[in-house]
Design a protein around this ligand. Structure first.
Ligand code: GLY
Length: 367
């Protein structure tokens, strides 16, 4: 089973192909159609360990020369230093305007490689090969690329669309459980903002070993998320409006990530709690939304911080400093009802504090 979703952006329309065991054929024909005799590869350290051979086999069988650079694991690789190192790698190896760059890995590698592709020679062809669930459903789609700055996440970057996204679920088989849950949060986000079915279909992640989830169900769930994102990107590529719905839960999540450090709380965990806080804030601002469809997934999360590790006043400060930087009021993606997101400014400190409490109370161990 395979799904092909066209992502239509201003600069190009490109396919996002989701399926099982499709890397070899899909990448071979893509590179053949481009008449590529040489590629660059930026590959995440973990993906390199488990999947290097699979990638290199495609290249050797097609007699394509390559240069490969391994990107160290973790958010710290989204740095100016690593970006320059990637540019050095490309330029020192005589990259040409038509030499494709393969970005193989999760969100960090995709964002960094995408930014390197957008800036080398003012843009070289980029092919995303996401190897994590989060990257398949979210970060590889829609052209956001970038690195972090000491002032905050993703403050340097560009919108730069790839030529194709090849999402082969074979890569997911080696993922540790917390990486599945990391992606689950973004899947639940699509359920919350767009498609109630997703909030039920995501129950497949209760499978004790997510690597054993039925490929058909997994492919159809990933493809549904990609389609939702593609439709949003088509309407609002540069986030002038509705693309911001994809940030449901993220205003809270970014503050949590900063407060805990990336080693103690991953993006998906923060987004899950952020969505609970945003649901509560929706209710505190006059709506009636039962959080049960999100709360039911709580047992899948294995948080490494407790409620006592966090203080609401600190979280408020992190949130405000993030926003001050942008000279904005506190702007949230809230819900009028499930699947009806809205962008709202809320400046009532008490309501926001109460929303934080609803989220961080969930950090108490499950009885
Ligand atoms: N991850 C949100 C976006 O791509 O807009």
């Amino acid at each position: 089973m395979k799904a092909k979703i066209d992502v239509r952006s201003a600069s190009k329309t490109y396919p996002a192909i989701v399926g099982e065991s499709l890397l070899f054929n899909t990448l071979s024909s893509l590179l053949k159609s481009r008449e590529a005799d040489r590629v660059f590869i930026l590959i995440d350290e973990n993906a390199d360990q488990y999947h290097r051979e699979r990638i290199l086999t495609v290249l050797s069988d097609n007699k394509i020369d390559y240069k490969i650079r391994v990107i160290p694991q973790g958010e710290t690789s989204k740095s100016a230093k690593e970006w320059i190192a990637c540019l050095d790698f490309l330029l020192d190896n005589e990259v040409r305007r038509n030499t494709p760059l393969l970005a193989v890995g999760g969100g960090v590698t995709g964002d960094l490689a995408g930014f390197a592709a957008s800036t080398a020679l003012r843009g070289i062809p980029l092919i995303h090969i996401p190897t994590t669930l989060l990257a398949m459903v979210d970060s590889s789609i829609g052209g956001k690329t970038g690195i972090n700055h000491t002032k905050g996440k993703n403050l340097i970057g560009a919108f730069y669309q790839p030529e194709a996204v090849i999402a082969d679920i074979d890569f997911l088989k080696t993922l540790p459980r917390h990486e599945w849950v990391n992606g689950l949060s973004e899947i639940l986000k699509y359920g919350a903002i767009e498609d109630t079915d997703i909030l039920e279909k995501a129950e497949i992640f209760f499978e004790e070993n997510p690597g054993k989830i039925s490929p058909g169900e997994l492919i159809s769930l990933i493809a549904r998320c990609v389609k939702i994102k593609a439709d949003i990107v088509e309407k609002d590529e540069f986030e002038g409006g509705i693309r911001a719905y994809l940030n449901f839960g993220h205003t809270f999540a970014h503050a949590l990530e900063k407060a805990c450090g990336f080693n103690k709380m991953n993006h998906g965990e923060a987004v899950y709690l952020g969505m609970l806080a945003a649901t509560e804030l929706s209710n505190l601002t006059g709506k009636t939304i039962n959080p049960a469809p999100l709360i039911k997934y709580r047992p899948l999360y294995n948080f490494r911080v407790t409620k006592d590790d966090l203080s609401v006043s600190n979280l408020m400060e992190y949130m405000k400093s993030d926003k001050k930087r942008l000279n904005e009021n506190l702007r949230f993606i809230l819900l009028d009802q499930w699947q009806h997101p809205v962008i709202k400014t809320v400046n009532n400190k008490e309501l926001i504090e109460h929303s934080w409490m609803a989220a961080i109370n969930e950090l108490n161990p499950i009885q």
